[in-house]
Design a binder for this molecule. Sequence first.
Ligand code: NAP
Length: 242
Amino acid sequence: MKLADSKVVAVGGGSGIGLAVAKAAAAAGARVVIAGRDAGKLAAAARDVGAGVATAPVDARDEGQLAALFAAQAPIDHLVVTVGPGSTRQRYTSFLEQPTADARALFDNKFWAQYLCAKLAAPHIAKGGSITLFGGGASRRPIKAMAALAAVQAAIEGLTRGMALDLAPVRVNAVAPGRIASSSFGDMPEAARQEMLDKWAAGLPVARIGLPEDAAAAALFLMQNAYSTGNILYVDGGHYLA
Ligand SMILES: NC(=O)c1ccc[n+]([C@@H]2O[C@H](COP(=O)([O-])OP(=O)(O)OC[C@H]3O[C@@H](n4cnc5c(N)ncnc54)[C@H](OP(=O)(O)O)[C@@H]3O)[C@@H](O)[C@H]2O)c1
């Protein structure tokens, strides 16, 4: 299935992996809409993607905003949701020390936002279309101090498989990235961020941290492969084996 002339809505497309998805889809000839909370960030991202991309401010935790977005963009061929879990502090805290409110926030920010995107977009997905969610490799191999995030990522995988049955013939898949150097660690001091990424790279079979483009390529594959549904595609540099 070709992406040329299809409409791709990328919620979370203003940065990181979502922006890489938007660029790749636009390069393949798709009409792309990038959505996120920060209008200024979306405008800068749109300039980066190039001509023909549209922007739509939305908070993916807000059902009313999502309903309006998807109705306005219908019919949608492919929905990709890269909304993430929140701050680095909320993501990486050991289980007993993590305030329960922070664990709940991870679910609100990532699981429930992706759930709502899929639920409210599904009626507007065109024949032959797809939904691609983003979990993460910690679902099957967490590192220390990320138990709640591992649970969020596993929940997205279960939701993906269940929706693949309930929403058929719309195809529903998920990408599960491992360690990707993107803006999602942007709230860390740069030196600490680089030290963490270097340490992670040294422990991976591929000996490098992933790029947003690595994960975006998986989303493009899932959008275009008409025989893939209920599939969880891990792009983790071999983290699971290391
Ligand atoms: N990078 C990694 O190493 C890694 C590893 C495993 C899994 N993942 C997953 O892959 C996905 C993409 O990660 P990334 O690294 O590309 O993250 P990112 O750069 O932080 O991108 C997330 C995007 O989602 C948008 N967003 C966040 N909350 C939102 C909300 N409530 N409503 C609308 N938009 C929202 C953000 O923009 P605004 O804040 O402006 O709204 C941002 O543009 C995430 O689900 C992440 O958990 C990433």
